[in-house]
Design a protein around this ligand. Structure first.
Ligand code: PMP
Length: 412
């Protein structure tokens, strides 16, 4: 498919059975994609097929089903490596998701390398999953946490970043696309700046992997994490990518079967990566189905998905200006942003608004979106968030605007 030719999005949408539902007598409008995406038949079929035909434990059996399961599991690793531009599939470690990938690096790389006084640089716009694991390892090692502030426009304050990026910084971990603001951080530029002071970089790709083309080697980061469930895959599976040389230098963080070479009663030796970081029976079906999700996204076209998501977002931001008393957080209109709009409305608390929306078949999310420090930064307790994916439509956005007008009347 060329960059300009678009899939038939109506036909694409029809492949998602969950979207064809009626909720409270209205057609479901699913705008909670930043929390998790819906799944197409092509992905659901692979899950069903795996358990019906190939279900076996991986890596250990010499029988047909185990061989099939192993081939599919390792095949999924290759697909994910290709999808994000990794140098080899050995650089892909299956995790439960972005959260576990960050915890893995914090506990393995962090505990081994961080010393008292070292700095881990984060930002004020991080998801809790990119704050709390570093708080834990900071307590364990004496490392110091610093945070790049966020401007009123929801961007990272790059002047402050210059001040904060000192040689004490051992790792700069930041979100690629903010789940609360939609901000797209200039990852390539930030990684180059960090590298210049000798710091490693960790890119939280939870909100980028499913939406835009990502090439980790072009970006120049050292670690990247993704969550399968936000990119048409299942919950409970995701991946950590790390540069091979770094992963090779890192100790295991969980022990158990499959990650060992030799076990004695009091000591063991470990397999090379990625097996070293995958103790126990992994989420075999999850990994295989994530591989199918990657195939599916690639069949639509990464550029095409990104173009379509961006078009929906632009349209939503334009139309949201029509709603009285509504303020959108994040980068101003006209600037590129991730496929979401988080907002506050004068007339209603987000929880009331989201409940009202639900009674009209509209799935929004209300709350702090796991970014409590960011909510404090913007002096709001919470926001309402509409987040889009390629199967959403402008008609759904029109319907949301009507519901928001109705909410204003109802609460106002
Ligand atoms: N980072 C960001 C930016 C996210 O949006 C999320 C999910 N809301 C996470 C990390 C955590 O992802 P998961 O819960 O799948 O581990």
């Amino acid at each position: 498919m060329t960059a300009s030719s678009q899939p038939d999005w109506t036909q694409v949408r029809s492949q998602f059975p969950a979207l064809a539902q009626v909720i409270h007598d209205r057609p479901l409008i699913y705008f909670d994609n930043a929390a998790t995406s819906q799944k197409p038949n092509a992905v659901l079929d692979v899950l069903q097929h795996y358990y019906q035909c190939d279900n076996a434990n991986v890596h250990r059996g010499l029988h047909e089903l185990s061989n099939r399961a192993t081939e599919a599991y390792e095949g999924a690793r290759k697909k994910i490596a290709r999808y994000i531009g990794a140098a080899s599939e050995e650089e892909i470690i299956f995790t439960r998701g972005t959260t576990e990938a960050i915890n893995l690096v914090a506990q393995s790389w962090g505990r081994k390398n961080l010393r008292a006084g070292d700095v881990v640089l984060l930002t004020e716009m991080e998801h809790h999953s990119n704050l709390v694991p570093w708080q834990i390892v900071a307590e364990q090692t004496g490392a110091i946490l610093k945070h790049v502030p966020v401007t009123d426009d929801g961007l990272l304050d790059l002047d402050q970043l210059e001040q904060l990026l000192t040689e004490e910084v051992k790792l700069f971990s930041f979100v690629h696309v903010s789940n609360s603001l939609g901000t797209i951080n200039p990852a390539k530029e930030l990684c180059a700046k960090a590298k210049a002071v000798g710091a490693l970089t960790f890119l939280d790709g939870a909100q980028s992997a499913g939406h835009m083309p990502v090439d980790v080697r072009d970006i120049g980061c050292d670690f990247y994490a993704l969550s399968g469930h936000k990119m048409c895959g299942p919950t409970g599976i995701g991946a950590l990518w790390g540069k091979k040389s770094l992963l090779d230098s890192m100790p295991p963080w969980q022990g158990g079967g499959e990650m060992i070479l030799k076990v004695e009663l009091t000591r063991s030796t470990y397999k090379p990566v990625p097996a070293r970081f995958e103790a126990g029976t992994p989420d075999i079906s999850g990994a295989i189905v994530l591989g199918a999700a990657v195939d599916y996204l690639e069949s639509l076209g990464r550029d095409q998905i990104w173009a379509h998501d961006s078009e929906l977002t632009r349209y939503a931001l334009d139309r949201l200006t029509e709603v009285k008393g509504l303020r959108v957080l994040g980068p101003p209109r006209g600037q590129q942003r991730g496929a979401l709009a988080a907002f506050v409305m004068d007339s209603a608390h987000p929880h009331d608004l989201v409940t009202f929306a639900n009674s009209h078949g509209l799935a929004l999310r209300g709350g702090h979106h796991c970014t409590q420090p960011l909510m404090r930064r913007f002096r709001v307790p919470s926001t309402s968030r509409a987040s889009f994916y390629f199967y959403n439509t402008k008609q759904e956005i029109d319907a949301m605007i009507e519901i928001l007008h109705e909410a204003n009347k109802f609460f106002g």
